[in-house]
Design a binder for this molecule. Structure first.
Ligand code: ADP
Ligand code: MG
Length: 701
């Protein structure tokens, strides 16, 4: 049985003793044969070609040379000793250098024996040298059939020290594969293999470790990537089915007086087409009788809040309460203020609950929630504490979801016998491929249209040496009645160095923009909430012209009169952060500007980020570049990267295969929702094994 053999502990593989087994476990999480089988090469090198020493040209590429060692000696200071060997062929000589393991290497090398050398040359003082090269006796090299395309496996320093470098691991795989012949079963529906002309699972796995040709390798990799995506999508789609179709939800049957009156008499603008469309999606979900799990993606300023409000009014029309959670105190306060203003003169009752709500008020809120005196509760994490109980929570809106983990979402479910509908709003555009994997269990709506009359923000990159000009520009804008943000990076709230930047910056701005002509606000994470709020309000009311801040203003803050966003040390911000910050301006009818300040020295990545910001305002395009630059794990933070623990596929590069896998998985489940047909038997069997103990299979079988 495949199962048994693949579960064999790795120490039973020839060539792996207890010590190596331990290292493979701790360093690479390889516990079994199966784990080693799915440790995939991350690249391949062509070792069919031999070079001559005289042919070495670039110091970048790896070369393979046949030759002999003519001498070995230790050189350097006692504590910085290195081992240097001279290696030559008929055309010339190079140096081999080891900084570690000198004793062992010296013992193992033989002068005068023919070796095959493989490595990346350095060019130093007119000579080529090879630090820590791979060496194999030429006679062994001929014996081992490792010519042609060779796999390069990931390894670590500790493994390398135990002789398990990329090549050492390749030897293990080589020993493993023949034992698995005939026991690696197919797990994809045969119709897919036939249709896409993909190899069987066994063939693909053999090819990917030891390819016979580049073409065969490509097909094998494609198939394995597809397979990886396919099983993730199956699992997400089944989960989605459980959360929505199979979970009963409150049915919001009517659109009543609250919604209609508000829409007709209080809504200060016409909804955009995109807002209407998303509202329709929500309407459809919430009256289906099933549970809604919807993610609304909309760029900064696209008007998500009012969509949430209208949804909450529909809940109220049907006798349900709603809550709206924001990631920060400032944002919760601002939502509360904004919503209260919109709801003025209506019968809808709204309250705010945050960490700084006083005990007496808190108790009042708790009581009012239970007796139904509150229709909408706005707040921070404080909302999900167990003491906060609702009379009848029907809808939970989560703003800026990437700060709320899946576990926190689950807590909301517990607030009612029937879980509330969940509406997640995010202004962080997530590339489609990523959304499909991370939020594949959610339905997604996109607000891809800004309210009318907005002018695209003009973005420029300026060097620190141009600061006086930038100050001059700010003065011009202020003279026109506008306001400016100046934002400093704060990578970690605790680092005082960052605060020093902020404080120095604040001082220099106060020197340049003197009272009484100018007033400057400052807001940062170390301030008391009350003080923060006071400063924010002063700026919002137009009492101050400049707001010096850290990224606390990143999310959600809305001051339409602000038209200039200066971002200091812009090279230290990630793309999505820059985009979020820029979204703080351009919210009114005026032309707005974003000025990215940096020093002269910039890394390539930083340059790409700045160029992207200058080139486009499109959040989805920016998110795509971000994905290319950082990879999916970093992009979403480690918290959620478990889902993205891909072994061979790459979300940044394999988007098309992912979409294909999604379509095929949807197709399979549509036609056979419980995967009961014979053609899905193998897929189902594999799925069950993969998810053993993790999903309640009863729900699909
Ligand atoms: P975000 O999607 O970033 O949360 P907001 O909901 O804060 O955006 O909306 C940004 C601004 O646009 C707010 O001042 C809001 O009142 C305004 N707004 C929203 N929808 C419209 C619309 N359809 N027409 C005009 N202004 C709108
Ligand atoms: Mg918002």
């Amino acid at each position: 049985m495949e199962k048994d053999l693949l579960k064999t502990p790795i120490e039973f593989l020839k060539g792996v003793g207890p010590a190596k087994a331990d290292l493979l476990k701790t360093e690479m999480h390889i516990f079994t044969f199966g784990d080693l089988l799915t440790l995939f090469p991350f690249r391949y090198i062509d070792r069919s070609k031999f070079y001559k020493v005289s042919e070495i040209q670039s110091a970048a590429a790896e070369v393979q040379i046949k030759g002999k060692i003519t001498s070995i000696e230790e050189v350097g200071q006692p504590r910085k000793k290195r081992l240097v060997a001279q290696f030559e062929d008929s055309s010339g000589r190079v140096e081999l250098v080891w900084f570690k393991g000198a004793q062992w290497i010296r013992k193992s090398l033989q002068i005068g024996t023919e070796y095959v050398l493989f490595g990346k040359p350095n060019f130093f003082k007119g000579k080529y040298s090879f630090p820590h090269p791979e060496l194999e006796k030429a006679e062994d090299f001929v014996k081992s059939p490792m010519g042609g395309l060779q796999p390069v496996y990931p390894s670590t320093e500790k493994l390398t020290n135990k002789n398990l470098n990329a090549r050492g691991i390749a030897k293990l795989t080589k020993a493993l594969l023949p034992q698995l012949k005939g026991v690696i079963h197919e797990n994809l529906p045969v119709r897919l293999l036939e249709h896409y002309k993909w190899p069987s699972r066994q063939d693909a796995l053999f090819q990917v470790h030891f390819p016979t040709s580049i073409e065969a390798l490509e097909l094998a990799r494609k198939r394995l990537k597809f397979e990886e995506f396919y099983f993730i999508q199956l699992s997400l789609l089944l989960q989605k089915d459980r959360q929505t179709v199979q979970t009963k939800g409150h049915s919001f049957d009517v659109v009543g007086e609250r919604f209609n009156t508000f829409y007709a008499e209080h809504l200060p603008f016409e909804l955009t087409g995109a807002q209407k469309r998303v509202l329709k999606d929500i309407r459809k979900d919430t009256r289906s009788g099933h549970h809604m799990n919807r993610l609304v993606q909309g760029d900064v300023g696209s008007g998500k809040t009012v969509v949430a409000l209208l949804s909450m009014l529909i809940a109220a029309d049907n006798g349900y309460q709603s809550c709206m959670m924001a990631p920060t105190e400032i944002l919760a306060q601002q939502h509360y203020n904004g919503l209260s203003e919109l709801l003025e003169g209506t019968s809808t009752r709204i309250a705010l609950l945050t960490g700084s709500t006083k005990t007496a008020r808190r108790k009042e809120i708790h009581a009012d929630l239970l007796n139904g005196q509150i229709d909408i509760l706005v707040g921070t994490h404080a909302l999900i504490e167990p003491v906060v109980q609702f009379r009848n929570l029907g809808l939970a809106v989560i703003d800026e979801q990437h700060r709320f983990g899946v576990a926190q979402r689950a807590k909301l479910w517990k607030k009612n016998a029937v879980p509330p509908h969940i509406l997640i709003m995010t202004a962080t555009p997530i590339p489609r491929t990523l959304a499909m994997s991370l939020y594949g269990d959610l339905d997604v709506s996109v607000i891809d249209e800004l309210p009318p009359g907005r002018k695209p923000i003009k973005t420029v990159h300026r060097y620190d040496s141009n600061r006086l000009q930038v100050f001059g520009f700010m003065k011009e804008q202020i003279a026109l009645g506008r306001q400016c943000y100046v934002v400093y990076p704060l990578i970690e709230e605790s680092k005082s160095m960052d605060y020093k930047d902020l404080e120095d910056g604040y001082e220099s701005i106060c020197r340049e923009f003197k009272r009484p002509d100018y007033n400057v606000s400052i807001v940062h994470g170390r301030m008391k909430p009350d003080d923060k709020d006071y400063e924010m309000q002063r700026f919002a009311k137009g009492e101050t012209q400049i707001m010096v801040a850290t990224t606390v203003i990143e999310v959600g803050v809305n001051v339409p009169n602000a038209s200039v966003m200066v971002i200091e040390s812009a090279e230290r911000f990630g793309l999505s952060q820059l985009h979020q910050l820029r979204g703080r301006v351009g919210r009114g009818a005026d032309q707005s500007f974003c000025i990215l300040m940096t020093g002269q020295k910039l890394s390539n990545d930083a340059r790409t980020r700045l160029e992207t910001m200058v080139r486009t305002n499109d959040g989805f395009e920016i998110a795509d570049v971000d994905l290319q630059l950082r990879g999916p794990g970093d992009l979403m933070g480690t918290r959620q990267s478990g889902m993205l623990d891909l072994k061979i596929a790459d979300l940044a590069k394999d988007g098309q295969l992912l979409q294909l896998a999604r379509r095929e998985a949807e197709g399979a489940l549509k036609e056979d929702p419980r995967l009961q047909k014979p053609e899905h038997a193998a897929t189902k069997q594999f799925f069950i094994q993969k998810h053993k103990g993790k999903v309640q299979w009863s729900q699909i079988s």
